[in-house]
Design a protein around this ligand. Structure first.
Ligand code: GUN
Length: 286
């Protein structure tokens, strides 16, 4: 049986560390770390994500502020708000939930956030810092994948890793992080030839394709570690949806370890966001 990597437990433990760090900062006379979350429009999924982020802040002692703006908010108004938050000494992290309404250029907005406050790690300066190994703030979901991997295998040096999916938010950054950890990385995508063959060679597989149960049992080498970033809704029994990942979980029990869906990578994203906010607050107060 493969070890089931418990993302909820790892996230809880990271939250404990973050909470202690916040308490130590405040006890040492530093300003309490503060995160501002911006939501434009009324997309129900985004609404839930933002509420989860705000609740999580309270759990670890981070001060949070929400800006819920109407869908008709202009790009200039949003850029004006970000300029004010960039200048505020009480705000250490700024997160603008995406997707944004169609009339707003998301790239322009994300690039307007001060890179030192970009706790999503989406700003090109932070992407550049990750790719050159010069620090910066690392994006939450891919960093969460690395932390889960390291619970099974702390030293990743020399391992062969296959990343499936080349998105800017997961595939590309996780490939850079694995490279920084000493892995030999193949970054695969929909045009990759003989994906099952490449997967069978890998010590580590990170699946981030959005294709339900794409990675089959016979793609996975015995003893490999499998990280499943996918969250796909499938019609289940009794008319209820069930969540499945990008990996056929039941077929990969000959792996050394695998993340479940739900309860694997998912819970890590917010835990890393909180840790990033503390990192940003500490850097700002130095
Ligand atoms: N929308 C879905 N996930 C995310 C995220 O991690 N950050 C932001 N800003 N928007 C999102």
């Amino acid at each position: 049986m493969a070890e089931r990597i418990d993302g909820r437990a790892v996230a809880r433990s990271l939250d404990e560390t973050t909470k202690s760090e916040v308490e130590a900062m405040v006890a040492g006379g530093m300003t309490r770390p503060g995160l501002t979350v911006i939501l434009v429009g009324d997309d129900p999924a985004s609404d839930v994500y933002v509420s989860h982020k705000v609740t999580a802040c309270a759990r670890v002692g981070i001060r949070s502020t929400e800006h819920r703006l109407p869908a008709e908010t202009s790009e200039d108004e949003l850029l004006g708000l970000i300029a004010r938050l960039n200048a505020s000494e009480h705000v250490h992290g700024i997160l603008c939930q995406v997707p944004l309404p169609g009339h707003i250029d998301a790239r322009k907005v994300l690039e307007a956030i001060d890179p030192a406050k970009d706790v999503d790690g989406f700003h090109p300066v932070n992407v550049g810092r990750l790719s050159t190994g010069t620090g910066g703030i690392w994006p939450c979901t891919p960093f969460g994948c690395i932390k889960l991997l390291q619970t099974v295998q702390p030293d990743l040096t020399g391992m062969d890793a296959l990343v499936i999916g080349r998105s800017n938010i997961v595939g590309k950054p996780v490939a850079m992080m694995l490279t920084a950890q000493g892995c030999t990385v193949t970054l695969a995508h929909s045009k990759t030839r003989d994906l099952p063959g490449k997967a069978r060679q890998a010590d580590i597989i990170v699946a981030a394709t959005g294709i339900p149960e794409m990675v089959k049992g016979d793609w996975v080498k015995p003893g490999a570690i499998v990280i499943d970033v996918g969250i796909n809704r499938q019609p289940g029994e009794n008319g209820k949806d069930r969540l499945v990942g990008d990996v056929a979980f039941a077929e990969v029990q000959h792996a050394r370890a695998v993340t479940p869906v739900p309860g694997g990578v998912g819970p890590m994203t917010i835990a890393v966001l909180l840790a990033n906010t503390v990192q940003a607050a500490r850097a700002w107060q130095k």
